[in-house]
Ligand binder design. Structure first.
Ligand SMILES: NC(=O)c1ccc[n+]([C@@H]2O[C@H](COP(=O)([O-])OP(=O)(O)OC[C@H]3O[C@@H](n4cnc5c(N)ncnc54)[C@H](OP(=O)(O)O)[C@@H]3O)[C@@H](O)[C@H]2O)c1
Length: 246
């Protein structure tokens, strides 16, 4: 395992489970100290922190609802006090289909909160630091390709978040900060394929018939995100695609 993140501090949003937890593990295995952002699942976040420390790295638990600016400021202060800097920001946390939230929530989280997270963390990021925005093919190609019914609020808001960050590329470049997007197909091992199949029975079978290539696993998707953050040789705004675009 290359120690290419040695001495670096990474904030992974939505790191309490799924893809964010795996990104955190892989970054820690490659030498990074990890700030574990989570919204509500404290026990799961603590379990991820234990794995990080077992790799010999430091884990900082940072509970924050990204849609709350005061929570973001608290996280910034925690990182400043613990590490004094941030080398990598992985914008992984996402949502928008929560039943207990207002209709505006998808945009609040996937657009406004992404921009506010970047703006709040930028003062901690020196030249050479990196921001990675994690998205799905359905969101990245929103408006160009058909999407499954029910996923519209997530796809449209994540696309808006990606575009709002792309508008800041000149600002990132002037500061010497790298900015990349990693877009994934459905990811095996997450709840998403099951939910989609439930919403549209037969969806997965039809998908397999159309394209028998297996969908990427959580480990494969996380690895692509970590490799993108490690490389930093691509031009700002470069998009990495994981899994077939069909
Ligand atoms: N799953 C897929 O098939 C798939 C495919 C392509 C791309 N992606 C992308 O991969 C990323 C992760 O997806 P996932 O399926 O692993 O997501 P997930 O299982 O739904 O996990 C979401 C994470 O985000 C956190 N979160 C949600 N709302 C938050 C808020 N307001 N503030 C702070 N944290 C919040 C959750 O924290 P708590 O658990 O503490 O609430 C959780 O850790 C997303 O950007 C998604 O678009 C996923």
């Amino acid at each position: 395992m290359p120690q290419d993140f040695s001495g670096q501090v990474a904030l992974v949003t939505g790191a309490s489970r799924g893809i964010g937890a795996e990104i955190s593990r892989q970054l820690a295995q490659r030498g990074a100290d990890i700030v574990i952002n989570y919204r509500s699942k404290a026990a799961r976040a603590e379990a991820v922190a234990s794995e990080i420390t077992a790799f010999g790295r430091t884990a900082l638990l940072a509970q924050a609802d990204l849609t709350q600016i005061n929570d973001l400021i608290t996280t910034q202060t925690q990182i400043q006090q613990a590490f004094g800097k941030l080398d990598l920001l992985v914008l992984n946390a996402s949502g928008g289909l929560e039943k207990d939230k207002p209709a505006s929530y998808a945009m609040d989280l996937n657009l406004t909160a992404q921009v506010q997270t970047v703006e709040t963390m930028l003062p901690l990021m020196q030249a050479g630091s990196c921001i990675v925005f994690v998205t799905s093919h359905w969101a990245h190609f929103y408006g160009e390709r058909p999407i499954i019914a029910g996923y519209e609020p997530v796809a449209s808001s994540k696309k808006a978040g990606e575009m709002a960050l792309r508008e800041r590329i000149d600002q990132f470049t002037q500061r010497g900060i790298h900015f990349y997007v990693v877009s994934g197909d459905m990811i095996e091992g997450t709840i998403t394929p099951k939910l989609l199949d439930r919403a549209q029975p037969g969806f997965l079978a039809a998908r397999k018939e159309h394209n028998p290539e297996p969908i990427p696993t959580i480990e494969e998707f996380a690895q692509a995100i970590v490799e993108t953050a490690a490389d930093r040789s691509q031009a700002n705004g470069h998009t990495v695609f994981v899994g077939p675009i069909i």
